[in-house]
Design a protein around this ligand. Structure first.
Ligand SMILES: Cc1ncc(COP(=O)(O)O)c(C=O)c1O
Length: 455
């Protein structure tokens, strides 16, 4: 066992140490070689050391360098070294952290991490919280609590009696709501299409003056951090309108909620703690390994009612928090371990510095690209930059060439009808030098293509 685990650690360390020297996109030859994995299931046991070697030789080069400093696709953080280390240790512990009694160490750690999260995100200290797989499931979890509570207030028990004859819940979302929020509403029986969609402005912010009049039971879903522009819905206008009419306010803050942790950005999310539930990710801006999402709910009883489970064989009786009372799963890995390690290592100041540094990098990208003559489409208030290099064809070609060049990796999108390249700076590993190298590559590639077009 020792030689196997040491070999794995050695390979993991070598991978991370050499990541910045290789192209960010997976090696094309390595991707082609993946067919070598398509063999029949062996009938007999095989040697674990040689299997690890095979994994490293075939799969490592076919990975995207998401853990490196020049990956700017989607909204993807890297992994702080301490969070990788804690993840390895927690993997060795192999704790099924559903219940406190059998796994007190990791269950306790989650309780501490949860308290710290509420503190650093400036949310009410009495909230219940869940460690789940990502913001998609965090949205689902928090909205299940919302569904419970708004129906309970009108005398309906949705967990017992289902939705078929229940009072209708009005659900309001912005036109720019993330598709996974809509998917969560579908999974909860609230419908992907029966929602009321509120129009947005040029940054993707919900136009609060267009909110419909509401009567309970109702849920309003707000967004803090648009996946493309980083824009934040008008928090106070939405919450006061919704609460005046007895609606529950849910916040999808997959990355944007972390603005609360940085003194220079806190003003952007003033008032967000007045909402009723929140979803965010730790695998994005806190830079812990995949996967780790977080849900917080103001009313612990509502979350417990929608998620808790009892069985004779399960030792659920305890004065402590049973993690599975707050998540969709019973069996689960101890996601709080890496969160605890990241928060304790960075401290309040380190988290603030990480958030502020990545936003500074985003501003530098925006400034460099606009100075080079390209059109930055969004107000860069957080870590997201949208740039157009001209028409759809030109922009798509340039994105493709940037990906092939390998200095950095950015994806594309269509923002309010215009094709754009997305730059999301979410990794602790991105340095000033990474930004300058990437900017140089983007401008070099774009200049060739745009000159070609004008000839
Ligand atoms: C606003 C928003 N909500 C939800 C999600 C989904 O998050 P996850 O992929 O962690 O489930 C994202 C992903 O980028 C997002 O930006």
């Amino acid at each position: 066992m020792r030689s196997l685990l040491e070999d794995a650690a050695e390979r993991g360390i070598r991978y991370l140490e050499t990541l910045n020297a290789r192209p960010v996109a997976p090696d094309q030859r390595a991707t082609k070689n993946l067919h070598l994995l398509d063999e029949a299931l062996p009938d007999q046991p095989t040697d674990p050391l040689s299997n690890l070697k095979l994994l490293d030789e075939l799969v490592s080069p076919a990975t995207m360098a998401m853990a490196g400093g020049r990956f700017f696709g989607f909204v993807i953080g890297g992994s702080l070294p301490v969070s990788v280390a804690a993840n390895w240790l927690a993997g060795a512990w192999d704790q099924n952290t559903g219940l406190y009694n059998p796994t007190p160490g990791t269950a306790h750690l989650e309780q501490v991490a949860l308290r710290w999260l509420l503190d650093i995100l400036r949310l009410p200290p009495g909230c219940a919280g869940s460690f789940v797989t990502g913001a998609t499931v965090a949205n689902f979890t928090a909205l299940a609590a919302a569904r419970h509570e708004v129906l309970k207030r009108v005398g309906w028990n949705v967990e017992s009696d289902g939705l078929f004859a229940a009072p209708e819940i009005t659900v309001v979302v912005g036109e720019e709501a993330h598709p996974t929020l809509i998917k969560s509403l579908g999974m909860l029986g609230l419908g992907r299409n029966r929602v009321i969609m509120v129009p947005v402005d040029d940054q993707g912010r919900m136009r609060a003056e267009r909110l419909p009049s509401l009567t309970a039971p109702a849920i309003v879903c707000m967004q803090v951090g648009n996946v493309n522009s980083g824009a934040i819905d008008p928090i106070n206008d939405i919450i006061s309108h919704a609460h005046k009419h007895g609606a529950w306010v849910h916040v999808d803050g997959a990355f944007g909620l972390w603005a609360a942790a940085a003194p220079s950005l806190t003003h952007l999310v003033n008032g967000v703690s007045e909402a009723d539930s929140w979803a965010t990710d730790a695998h994005k801006w806190l830079n812990v390994p995949f996967d780790c999402g977080l849900a917080f709910v103001r009313y612990p009883e509502a979350l417990g009612a929608s998620m808790s489970v009892r069985a004779e064989y399960l030792p659920t009786d305890t004065e402590h928090r049973n993690p599975s009372d707050f998540v969709p799963e019973l069996s689960r890995r101890a996601r709080g371990v890496e969160v605890w390690a990241a928060l304790r290592t960075l401290g309040r100041a380190g988290v603030a510095e990480l958030i502020e540094r990545t936003c500074r990098h985003a501003r530098r990208f925006a400034e460099g690209l606009s100075r080079a003559g390209y059109n930055v489409l969004n107000d860069v208030i957080l870590n997201q930059v949208l740039v157009s290099f001209g028409n759809t064809e030109t922009t798509n070609h340039i994105i493709e060439e940037i990906q092939e060049d390998g200095t950095c990796w950015c994806g594309g999108t269509v923002w309010q009808g215009k094709t754009a390249m997305r730059i999301s700076v979410s990794s602790w590993a991105t340095t000033d030098e990474d930004v300058e190298r990437s900017l140089e590559a983007m401008i070099r590639i774009a200049a060739v293509r745009t000159r070609k077009r004008t000839k």
